[in-house]
Design a protein around this ligand. Sequence first.
Ligand SMILES: O=C(O)[C@@H](CO)OP(=O)(O)O
Length: 248
Amino acid sequence: MGTLVLLRHGESVWNAEGLFTGWVDVDLSAKGEEEARRGGELLLGADLRPDIVHTSVLKRAIRTANVALDEAGLHWLPVKRSWRLNERHYGALQGKNKAQTREEYGEEQFMTWRRSYDTPPPEIADDAEYSQFGDRRYADLPPELMPRTECLADVVARMLPYWYDSIVPDLALGRTVLVAAHGNSMRALVKHLDGIDDQTIAGLNIPTGIPLVYELNDDFTPRKTGGEYLDPEAAKEAIEAVKNQGRK
Ligand SMILES: O=C(O)[C@@H](CO)OP(=O)(O)O
């Protein structure tokens, strides 16, 4: 029941620079803004008109939703935001260069940190430059829920309550729901929707700025496993680019 449209934010400034980002609140690059605009154009072209938008509390997702919805003439949509849709907290890797990290620690450790299901990177210190400790937007979070690093399993655990409590009720009204989020919070949601196992999810990457559409059954499972990208050709290429980060 309902239509779910997932939109990963457009390229961020740190995506372009090849840095681990996580909860650091970096903006879109000029290319990312253009990708977000194109995302809105694709929604229009597919005649998909979301009724409500959910975003993380990070600027790159919020701005992507704004730019895309503006393009689609839907800037006025009601919006809900939650830290539970944030990117995976990248711990002590936040702010570090991906290629340098790969060189320093080797391919296996690099890929374990990037894509293993249950091994988080080392924790970030509260006084580190790229820590979110003390950030006002997380003031309401019980201290034990404030992450200092996360693996994908942690993201699934903190994202699912939001899926069930906030997104599913909107879908249950038969609405078209846009979720503007991040590579790894979307991997967590897609893992849940498509029932992907803990090993296979390592090979799944989400492209920036290309809407992924799931028509849902009455029990909120996908009618079609994997959903459908509105621009499948561009998605294929962009998925490869995400996969190969840190390799140049
Ligand atoms: O740096 C990050 O926060 C994420 C998304 O950009 O990177 P990765 O794809 O390596 O998990």
